[in-house]
Ligand binder design. Structure first.
Ligand code: SF4
Length: 304
């Protein structure tokens, strides 16, 4: 089965993985090792050279280690989750998103010369009458909702590009800047495609643009050209820590404000971050300089 895995259809691949998942879920922890190792063998064939042999071997060692904290976590998740939910999560998040989607995304990034994300966040509606502390819905007005057809379009077109993970509303992403479709982007309840849930500027709307057109829209392409916005990953953001950069990108792109309640110029927005950015820069550079940091294989997708 392994040698021909590359050549068989999506449906047959899914079936093969489903069998391994069924087998892993039906066993107790110590007997699952074999099924997990077979999944890693399949992933190694399917993902070609995009993950190194060393990385696959370290996953195998992790699976064989009975005290590994991740394996204990997976075991607990399997024991405490409804079997159907566990199976569908493994199939959709594991096989479709991480396994198959990643491969399609990498190909499509080169084919279309733009970012293709791993995740799309969208807000089905801002029509919430609650006022929960910390939630943005209460402050974004109550006028906008995406229709079923809008949401169907987002997911159908996203899947064609390899995007298998969708989050309805969301939270603050961590690490370097992953916005602008590099790993994710956001569609608000009026359909505006924003590079990030916190960056309310756009050139494209889902009501008149395809997902691919959104990913190739001027502001998203500015993100692609500019990332990472700072080599110090404690200062990743083009708005918060590098406020000059967002201003330049929005102007070059000719993007407009998509703030649903109080539209503001990019100078006004970024002006509020200048003092913070200056103060944090000194401290962040001191902390960043205390350690050596690995250079990632590639950082800027546009120059690959
Ligand atoms: S660094 Fe800024 S723009 Fe990038 S994902 Fe984080 S909040 Fe959004």
């Amino acid at each position: 089965m392994n040698e021909s895995f590359q050549n068989i259809t999506h449906a047959a691949q899914r079936k093969a993985v489903e069998k391994l998942i069924d087998s892993a879920l039906s066993k107790v922890k110590k007997d699952r090792e074999d099924s997990f190792l077979k999944m890693v063998d399949l992933a190694e064939i399917f993902l070609d050279a995009s993950v190194s042999k060393k990385q696959f071997d370290s996953i195998r060692n992790m699976i064989k280690d009975p005290d590994n904290r991740w394996m204990n976590y997976i075991d607990r998740a399997i024991r405490e989750t409804d079997p159907h939910v566990a199976k569908m999560t493994a199939l959709n998040l594991g096989f479709e998103a991480a396994f198959r989607g990643t491969k399609m995304i990498r190909k499509n990034r080169e084919k279309y010369g733009c970012n293709i994300p791993w995740l799309i966040l969208f807000d089905p509606t801002s029509a919430c009458n609650m006022h929960c502390t910390g939630c943005w819905s209460g402050t974004y007005g109550h006028k906008h909702s995406l229709s079923f057809e809008d949401m169907d379009k987002i997911v159908t077109q996203g899947k064609e590009l390899g995007v298998y993970l969708y989050m309805l509303t969301g939270g603050k992403p961590v690490g370097g800047c992953i916005a602008g479709g590099r790993n994710y982007f956001h569609i608000n309840s009026a359909g505006d495609a924003e590079p990030c849930v916190f960056i309310h500027y756009s050139n494209a709307n889902i009501h008149d643009s395809s997902i691919l057109e959104i990913l190739r829209s001027p502001l998203f392409m500015e993100y692609r050209k500019g990332q990472p916005f700072n080599q110090n990953h404690l200062r990743p953001c083009p708005m918060l820590e590098n406020p000059q950069i967002l201003q330049e990108m929005v102007h070059r792109a000719g993007a407009h404000s998509t703030d649903l309640e109080s539209p503001e110029t990019v100078e006004h927005l970024c002006g509020k971050c200048i003092d913070y950015a200056k103060e944090w820069a000194e401290e962040a550079d001191k902390i960043w300089g205390q350690k050596e940091h690995k250079t990632p294989k590639y950082q800027n997708y546009a120059s690959r």
